[in-house]
Ligand binder design. Structure first.
Ligand SMILES: Cc1ncc(COP(=O)(O)O)c(C=O)c1O
Length: 445
C-alpha cells in the first residue's frame, strides 16, 4: 500500500476497497494480541536474559555536530546584541506569587518576575535593543498578524538546578536553530541565536531563585516570536516581537499508576503532511490537536498517537517524538524512531537519544518508518519490548496501551527487567542536572 495520502474524494472512492481490506487485516492482526502478549513476554524474557545494558552516562562530545546553519535574509537590517541589553527590575508590587511546593507546580501555570523582550521594526532598521522587564501584559494592535494568521512560533527549553547548585541549560543552540528555521518559514525575521541565549542567561540569573531546588522539577523557558504588524494582508510581518517567559514546572503528564501513558491512535486525524510545517514549532500546529486530545481524554486515554498515511505510520505521540525498542527480523535488539521526513518535529531529545545510543553500541539504532500493522505483528510475536515518547517536557514517557481501531493493544514497556527508556532517562537527566559533566549542558554564570 502506498504511503501517499489520498487527498480528494475521487481518490478515496477509488481506494476504498484497499482501505477496507487494510483495516480488516489490521483488526485481525490485533485481535490475537492480548492473548498472546503474556506468553510472548515470558518467552522473550528468557531469550534476552543475557542482554547487557551496563551503560555509562558518558557521551562522546565529538558526536555533537553543529546544527544546520540558518542564512539571514539580507534585507533584514541590523541584528540585536546582548551587550546592549537593558534591565528594568520589578517593583515589589510587581513580584509574582511563588509556588508553595514544587510537587504541585503542574505545567505553565506560574511565571517568574521578569521577561525578555526584543522588538523588530523594519522601518527602524531591524532588531532593536533587547530589554528585560517585569513580567507584564503585551499591548498590540487588534490587526496584529499573530492574531489573525497565527504568525507565531515558539520553543520549549528548560533550566535545571544541578546537584552542585549551578543552573544549566541543555543544547540551546539546537532550539535557536529550530526557531530560526520556523521564522524563515513564517515570514518572520531571523536572529542571532547566540545573542539571544546570552540575553536569556541574564534573565535566568535575575530570576535564578525560581529554578526549583530539586531534580524532579525545572524552570521551563518559553521563547516566542510573533508577527505584530498592524495590517491584515497575508504577508511577511515588518514588525515582530521576540520574547521569553519562564515558568517553574513539575511533571508534564498525569500518568497512570504505572508511570506509563495510554494513547488514542485514530487514523481519521492527521497532525502534519508532506510539504507542511509539522517539522516546525509553530503555534498553528498545536491548536488543531486540542480537540483530539480532549477526545482521547474522554475515552480514558492520556495522549494522542498521531498516525499518517494509508499504512498508518506512527509519527509523534502528543508533543513528543516516538521510539520503539524491539527484536528485529535478524533477532537483534533495535531502537527505531521515524526519520525526519518533514512530518515530525526534529526533537532535541530525539537527536540526543540517537547520538548517545549509537555511541553506546549496545543495540542497533535506526531511523525508519514504523506502522501500526508492524506494531500489531511485533506484539503478536512478542518482539515489541518498549514504546516511548521523548521530549524536553518529560525526557521519556513510556507507553503501556494503544487504543487502535477500537482494540486495546497492551505494550509491555513497563514489564522489561532493565528497560532501555529508563537508561536513557537516567543518562540524560544526569547530564541535565550536572551529575556528570557534559558539553551539552551549558552552565549559566
Ligand atoms: C510536536 C512535538 N514533537 C516533539 C517534541 C520534542 O522536541 P524536544 O525534544 O526538542 O523537546 C515536541 C516538543 O517540543 C513537540 O512539540
Amino acid at each position: 500500500m502506498t504511503t501517499k495520502m489520498a487527498i480528494n474524494a475521487k481518490d478515496i472512492f477509488r481506494n476504498q476497497h484497499r482501505l477496507i481490506r487494510f483495516i480488516a487485516q489490521s483488526i485481525r492482526l490485533c485481535s490475537n494480541q492480548s492473548l498472546k502478549a503474556a506468553q510472548a513476554a515470558q518467552q522473550l524474557q528468557q531469550q534476552k536474559s543475557t542482554a547487557d545494558f551496563q551503560i555509562t552516562a558518558s557521551v562522546d562530545a565529538q558526536h555533537t555536530s553543529a546544527p544546520e546553519p540558518v542564512k539571514h535574509d539580507k534585507d533584514l537590517g541590523h541584528q540585536f546584541r546582548a551587550s546592549q541589553l537593558s534591565v528594568r527590575l520589578a517593583a515589589p508590587e510587581q513580584l509574582q506569587p511563588k509556588p508553595d511546593n514544587d510537587e504541585e507546580l503542574g505545567f505553565g501555570r506560574l511565571f517568574t518576575d521578569h521577561m525578555l523582550k526584543i522588538y523588530y521594526h523594519k522601518s527602524l532598521g531591524g532588531w532593536q535593543r533587547p530589554e528585560i522587564t517585569p513580567m507584564e501584559n503585551l499591548v498590540m494592535h487588534p490587526a496584529a498578524k499573530v492574531l489573525h494568521y497565527a504568525v507565531e512560533l515558539f520553543e520549549g527549553m528548560k533550566a535545571y538546578r544541578g546537584v552542585d547548585g549551578k543552573i544549566r541549560i541543555f543544547r540551546p543552540d539546537m532550539n535557536m536553530n529550530r526557531m530560526n528555521l520556523a521564522a524563515q518559514r513564517s515570514g518572520l525575521p531571523t536572529f542571532e541565536g547566540k545573542e539571544f541565549v546570552q540575553c536569556l542567561s541574564r534573565l535566568l540569573t535575575i530570576d535564578s531563585e525560581w529554578v526549583p531546588h530539586t531534580d524532579t522539577a525545572s524552570l521551563y523557558i518559553r521563547p516566542t516570536l510573533i508577527g505584530i504588524d498592524p495590517t491584515l494582508g497575508v504577508a511577511s510581518s515588518d514588525s515582530a516581537l521576540l520574547y521569553a517567559i519562564l515558568s517553574p514546572v513539575g511533571s508534564y503528564f498525569k500518568t497512570g499508576s504505572s508511570g506509563a501513558v495510554s494513547l488514542l491512535a485514530d487514523p481519521s486525524y492527521v497532525r502534519a503532511w508532506p510539504g507542511g510545517v509539522g517539522n516546525r514549532k509553530m503555534g498553528s500546529n498545536y491548536a488543531p490537536t486540542i480537540n483530539v486530545q480532549k477526545e482521547a481524554a474522554a475515552r480514558g486515554l492520556q495522549q494522542v498517537l498521531w498516525l499518517y498515511g494509508e499504512d498508518h505510520q506512527l509519527t509523534e505521540v502528543g508533543t513528543m517524538n516516538i521510539f520503539m525498542f524491539y527484536v528485529n527480523d535478524q533477532g537483534e535488539q533495535e531502537l527505531v524512531t521515524p526519520p525526519l521526513s518533514g512530518l515530525i518535529l526534529p526533537g532535541i531529545t530525539r537527536d540526543s537519544i540517537l547520538r548517545m545510543t549509537r555511541q553506546w553500541g549496545k543495540f542497533k539504532v535506526t531511523e525508519a518508518n514504523i506502522t501500526m500493522p508492524m506494531v500489531c505483528e511485533l506484539l503478536n510475536q512478542g518482539r515489541l519490548l518498549e514504546l516511548f515518547g521523548a521530549g524536553t517536557a518529560c525526557v521519556v514517557s513510556p507507553v503501556n496501551r494503544i487504543n487502535y481501531l477500537g482494540q486495546d493493544l497492551y505494550i509491555p514497556t513497563m514489564e522489561q527487567e532493565k528497560p532501555v527508556h529508563e537508561l536513557i532517562r537516567e543518562t540524560l537527566t544526569d547530564i541535565q542536572y550536572g551529575r556528570v559533566d557534559h558539553p551539552w549542558s551549558i552552565v549559566i554564570d
